[in-house]
Write a protein that binds this ligand. Structure first.
Ligand SMILES: [Zn+2]
Length: 192
């Protein structure tokens, strides 16, 4: 079955804004009138598939839509929601942000009863998350180093014969690819 957002784009239906990267459509069956969906033009199934540039652009456009909603619909607030992955109730396999216009007493079912965690639970979650985040950060820095060393190696290779730089950059490519593919395999489990 065709992706609903790709279909909306193809039929040019309810689209209030679009550029080369991002599309904004008014939701036909939303929680409330004026709910807008912001999604990348390219079919990217989940949040993790979107690169930094696309994420940045989606956020910037979402903010502009929010300002327009405040000004034109006279709302008192907005919720920006991303249902990312099967477990989060993502129904359409195309990453998107939903902007929901709010009024103070609209009673939309967007609240939750806070639960208290004990110190041990918080401590475990803290360690696990921090460890994962540090390794992701490390991977990201490695990618940057690799880009740099590739550029250096390429320019040096033009002037000299193959040297140590090429070997170093190859090592970086291998470890980056391993890390990246593990990460992508984990992400695939969340695709709706
Ligand atoms: Zn799609």
């Amino acid at each position: 079955m065709k992706c609903e957002y790709c279909d909306v784009l193809e039929r040019n239906e309810n689209i209030i804004y679009q550029d080369n990267d991002v599309v904004v459509a008014i939701k036909e069956y939303g929680l409330v009138e004026g709910q807008a969906t912001i999604f990348p033009r390219k079919h990217l199934t989940i949040l993790e598939m979107a690169n930094d540039a696309i994420l940045e652009k989606c956020s910037v456009i979402a903010n502009k839509v929010g300002i327009a909603v405040f000004d034109s619909l006279g709302v008192q607030g907005t919720n920006l929601i991303i249902n990312n992955g099967l477990g989060a109730g993502q129904k359409i396999p195309h990453f998107s942000l939903d902007l929901i216009p709010r009024q103070r007493d609209d009673n939309l079912p967007l609240f939750w009863q806070p639960q208290t965690s004990n110190d041990e639970e918080i401590g475990t979650t803290f360690s696990l998350l921090r460890e994962e985040l540090v390794s992701l950060q490390h991977l990201q820095e490695k990618n940057k180093d690799e880009e740099k060393s590739l550029t250096t190696a390429e320019s040096k290779a033009k002037q000299h014969t193959e040297g140590k730089e090429d070997l170093d950059s190859k090592d970086n490519v291998d470890s980056k690819d391993n890390g990246k593919s593990n990460y992508m395999i984990k992400s695939l489990r969340r695709i709706p």
